[in-house]
Design a protein around this ligand. Structure first.
Ligand code: ADP
Ligand code: MG
Length: 611
């Protein structure tokens, strides 16, 4: 677990290095948080401006995007498509800028007077995010967890790692984006062996993955997608539609670059607005010196344009289910992430494809980054407390009469949790009941750890007359409250146990569990023995009394059989062999014999009454 982590104590950044947008975060005071830049923005466009004059500052993010209209060829976006790719693999045709390089060599991005590798672009983005983080948390960082698409091959993953190194960040773990999203979605919502699909529609890529959670670890079972399908395509299609609406007679594909950029920006902002409202007005004053344009776009119009694009996510979804060998109904959740899943049209389509309402609990832009932060927190040990607090590391219970452990909250119960049980006095005339609170996995109370004790007084009475309700409530901070209520008087006795219920060192938990496994047979035997002994101690005097009471209603032969059984029980109780199963067997015989006795006693009572 985290205690053996080599990264203990150092902050580890979590980074979503997206095609369109990137984010950075860190675990701070036990909480995973995403960090905002000086403008208060958490989302950094994955855009880099390489200035014409080498040596001038490189600009990253929103500022670089703003410079795009003025220097279109120098602002690199979507470079993630090219990272770790070689010339001839076909990736270059995917990009919106000039590339170069010899076949079989890494793809290079042409900047006119020079060229850069896609990983250099990624390095600039990572360097920027590192600076944002260092300014926010006011300390330097040197390590990061970075997410990549599940389908990234080794070369793409290694190039991502190298980009981190160039930016002064050791990439301590590469995490698949859907895995990160699933981590953010939360293990605590899932049972072991849950299956979730993560539907991620971003700016330029679509990914659909099926993950299975087992033993607390997510495994990507299958993944599909389309590396050139996303919100950008919708922007382009809508920009073309707007172009026609503006009465332009030339073809959209022939629009001059600077004008096209403005139409695309306008299209994106209408699209975003129409995720919230039903209609939105577009204004494009003087997009050419002699042309201005205004139009109101409805959501329905957008959906008509976007539908064929969004529909292209159907096929990968069908394929991922086929690859995972499951039906849509086998999924426990379909989690939406990626900025484009904010579109109502996308949500409708996902519902159609999977036959269920998609889970929109995650922040579409932030889930992947949040998962990376959580992973970083686990690796650095800063999230350890939270992880441990999530479930009870060991069972919690009380000692029962006879010295056995009675589990009330089993090990691995997700907290907060509440559970209770009713207990009665085991012997007549008892004046109080000592509720002994235990933690551990052993059957015998004394082998577990004591957390505390509550004494509940009650009026002496026959066996079973007093009733005490015991309730264990453990809150999200790991504080255990034990409430014992005398149900006759409604008097409550409360004991609060801080931390100790959950704050147990990993090694001690492991030792306790392995001991309980080692001693499982002995412990089980001891439990059976104790339970049989308690039963015997209850039955034996009852049998003696009953035999005296039935008198001659029973043949000598019958009563002898019962007396022999009782003797056999006494013999087993005294035997040094301590054979739990033998005792249990004779106690069962005695129990059966007393049933017969009880019937005879009832008959006798009725006859006596009739006399
Ligand atoms: P990536 O993972 O590719 O970096 P993101 O998940 O950040 O991408 O998604 C970016 C895309 O989401 C862009 O195409 C953007 O236009 C789109 N988007 C963001 N917000 C909205 C919204 N409210 N409605 C529709 N699309 C949106
Ligand atoms: Mg993304």
């Amino acid at each position: 677990m985290s205690s053996s982590s080599p990264h203990q104590g150092e902050p580890i950044l979590g980074i979503d290095l997206g095609t369109t947008n990137s984010l950075v975060g860190v675990v701070d005071s036990g909480f995973p948080i995403l960090l905002a830049d000086a403008d208060g923005q958490r989302l950094t466009p994955s855009a880099v401006l390489f200035p014409a004059v080498e040596g001038d500052p490189i600009v990253v993010g929103r500022e670089a995007l703003r410079a795009r209209a003025a220097q279109p060829g120098r602002v690199i976006t979507s470079s993630k498509r090219l990272i770790g790719r070689r010339v001839g693999e076909g990736a270059e045709t995917d990009s919106s800028f000039a590339t170069s390089g010899e076949v079989g060599q890494p793809v290079q991005i042409d900047l006119g007077n020079r060229s850069v590798f896609p990983e250099d672009v990624a390095a600039e983005i990572l360097r920027h995010l590192k600076t944002v983080a260092e300014e926010r948390i006011e300390s330097s960082v040197s390590k990061a967890v970075v997410t990549v698409p599940a389908y990234f091959n080794d070369a793409q993953r290694n190039a991502t790692k190298r980009a981190g190194e160039k930016a002064g960040l050791e990439v301590v773990r590469i995490v698949n984006e859907p895995t990160a999203a699933a981590l953010a979605y939360g293990l605590d919502r899932l049972d072991d062996r849950s299956r979730v699909a993560v539907y991620d529609l971003g700016g330029g890529t679509f990914d659909i993955s099926v993950l299975e959670l087992s033993d607390g670890v997510f495994k990507v079972e299958a993944t599909h997608g389309d590396t050139s399908l996303g919100g950008d395509d919708i922007d382009h299609a809508l920009a073309g539609w707007l172009w026609d609406q503006a009465g332009e007679t030339t073809r959209w594909s022939e629009a001059p670059a600077e004008v096209a950029v403005r139409f695309i920006q306008a299209a994106e902002s209408v699209k975003v607005a129409l995720s919230e409202s039903e209609e939105h007005e577009v204004r494009m004053p003087f997009y050419r010196p002699d042309a201005s344009f205004e139009v109101t776009v409805t959501r329905e119009q957008l959906e008509q344009v976007a539908r064929p694009i969004v529909d292209r996510t159907r096929r990968p979804c069908a394929m991922v289910l086929a690859d995972a060998g499951i039906e849509a109904s086998d999924l426990d959740a379909v989690v939406l992430v990626g900025g484009s899943t904010r579109m109502p049209l996308v949500r409708k389509l996902v519902e159609e494809i999977f036959g269920r309402l998609p889970d929109i609990s995650q922040h579409p832009d932030e889930a992947v980054a949040l998962g990376a932060v959580i992973q970083g927190g686990i690796l650095s040990g800063t999230l350890q407390q939270m992880v441990l607090l999530d479930v009870t590391p060991l069972s919690l219970g009380i000692e029962t009469f006879g010295g056995l452990m009675n589990v009330i909250l089993p090990r691995n119960t997700t907290i907060p949790a509440k559970a209770g049980e009713m207990f009665t006095n085991a012997v007549a005339g008892q004046r109080d009941m000592a509720i002994h609170i235990l933690q551990g996995e052993r059957e015998i109370a004394g082998d577990n750890w004591t957390l505390g004790q509550v004494d509940v007084p009650f009026t002496p009475g026959p066996k079973g007359s007093a009733r005490v309700g015991v309730q264990f409530a453990i809150d999200e901070n790991g504080i255990l409250e034990v409430l014992c209520r005398n149900t006759d008087t409604n008097e409550d006795h409360i004991l609060e146990i801080r931390d100790s219920a959950v704050d147990v060192e990993d090694e001690k938990v492991e030792a306790m569990i392995s001991e309980s496994v080692e001693h499982a047979f002995d412990d089980m035997g001891e439990r059976i023995w104790t339970e049989a002994r308690l039963k015997a101690e209850e039955l034996l005097p009852a049998v003696d009394q009953a035999l005296a009471a039935v008198g001659d209603r029973m043949t000598e032969c019958e009563s002898k059989a019962i007396r022999d059984t009782a003797a056999a029980v006494r013999e087993q109780l005294d035997a040094t062999s301590h054979d739990a199963n033998a005792l249990k067997a004779v106690v069962a015989d005695l129990d059966a014999a007393t049933q017969d006795l009880a019937v005879i006693l009832v008959e006798k009572a009725m006859e006596d009454a009739g006399d």
